[in-house]
Design a protein around this ligand. Structure first.
Ligand code: CAA
Length: 258
């Protein structure tokens, strides 16, 4: 597929998607989201890829869903096409890890897309917000739900009700991003994290991801039970044998399934 709104490349085992609508601050229109779905499908199916990164430009990860595209839609339009669901949740459904590398604005759907990834590494220039209230609407791709789980009710409520943006330091303090790095280092740092993930056992990485995600979907008792069961299942893999043998033998593990 020829992509017009994103750049897609591989760096070793890392699949990199760069949002690329600079004139619209990477506003997420239907064409871009569809291209991202195709790219993520391809990376998921590619056995050589162990981890994906979604990033944007220096100025904007993404300034939200495309307001100009949304503006003429009627209630019937959005209801019938179940607007925002189709294609938008693809990043959240990946089985391989997806890292968001965010510089500049991550607003509205941009913030929501970043939160669908497994973790966010932010440049010191990053700004997060859910400004939909200014447009007479509300977040429609999980903003009121995921942001509240990340930063708690008080901050999420303030951001959704007043459109206040959070800078990178506040986002790190609040648990929205895993860490903040200098803007010039953002992509390098994201690639380093992705390469580390790719060097590990892929099935065990996928099991760990599934288990952490379980914490958002179930009770503590059920989550801990789920974790114990999948922890037990890792003992049935060659890579667990290799990992523990390598530790005991004081050598680097050479995982078979990468
Ligand atoms: N949709 C469509 N176009 C957008 C856009 C968006 N979300 N955000 C920016 N653009 C366009 C602007 O219209 C402008 O285009 P023109 O040059 O053709 O006028 C271009 O990008 C540059 O934007 P600005 O001139 O506004 O740049 P700025 O530096 O002055 O301001 C900004 C930057 C504060 C991010 C401002 O652009 C802004 O407020 N953007 C909208 C943010 C927003 O409301 N996002 C939520 C969208 S709704 C949503 O996402 C729903 C959902 O939950 C899925």
């Amino acid at each position: 597929m020829a992509y017009e709104n994103i750049l897609v490349e591989t760096r070793g085992q890392v699949g990199l998607i760069t949002l690329n609508r600079p004139k619209a601050l990477n506003a997420l229109n239907a064409a871009l989201m569809q291209e991202m779905t195709v790219a993520l499908d391809a990376f998921e199916a590619d056995d050589n890829i162990g981890c994906m990164i979604i990033t944007g430009s220096e100025k904007a990860f993404a300034a939200g869903a495309d307001i100009k595209e949304m503006q003429p839609k009627t209630y019937m339009d959005v209801y019938k096409e179940d607007f925002i669901t189709r294609d938008w949740e693809r990043a959240a459904r990946c089985r391989k890890p997806v890292i968001a590398a965010v510089a500049g604005y991550a607003l509205g759907g941009g913030c929501e897309l970043a939160m669908m990834c497994d973790f966010i590494i932010a440049a010191d220039t990053a700004k997060f917000g859910q400004p939909e209230i200014n447009l007479g609407t509300i977040p429609g791709a999980g903003g009121t739900q995921r942001l509240t789980r990340f930063v708690g009710k008080s901050k999420a409520m303030e951001m959704c009700l007043t459109a206040r943006m959070m800078d990178a330091d506040e986002a790190e303090r609040s648990g929205l991003v895993s860490r903040v790095v200098p803007a010039a280092e953002l992509l390098n740092e994201a690639i380093k994290a992705a390469e580390k993930i790719c060097s590990l056992s892929r099935p065990i990485v996928m099991i760990a991801k599934e288990s952490v995600n379980r914490a958002y979907e179930t009770t503590l008792t059920e989550g801990v039970r789920f974790e114990r069961r999948v922890f037990h299942s890792t003992f049935g893999t060659e890579d667990q044998k290799e990992g523990m043998s390598a530790f005991a033998e004081k050598r680097k593990a050479d995982f078979k399934h990468r």
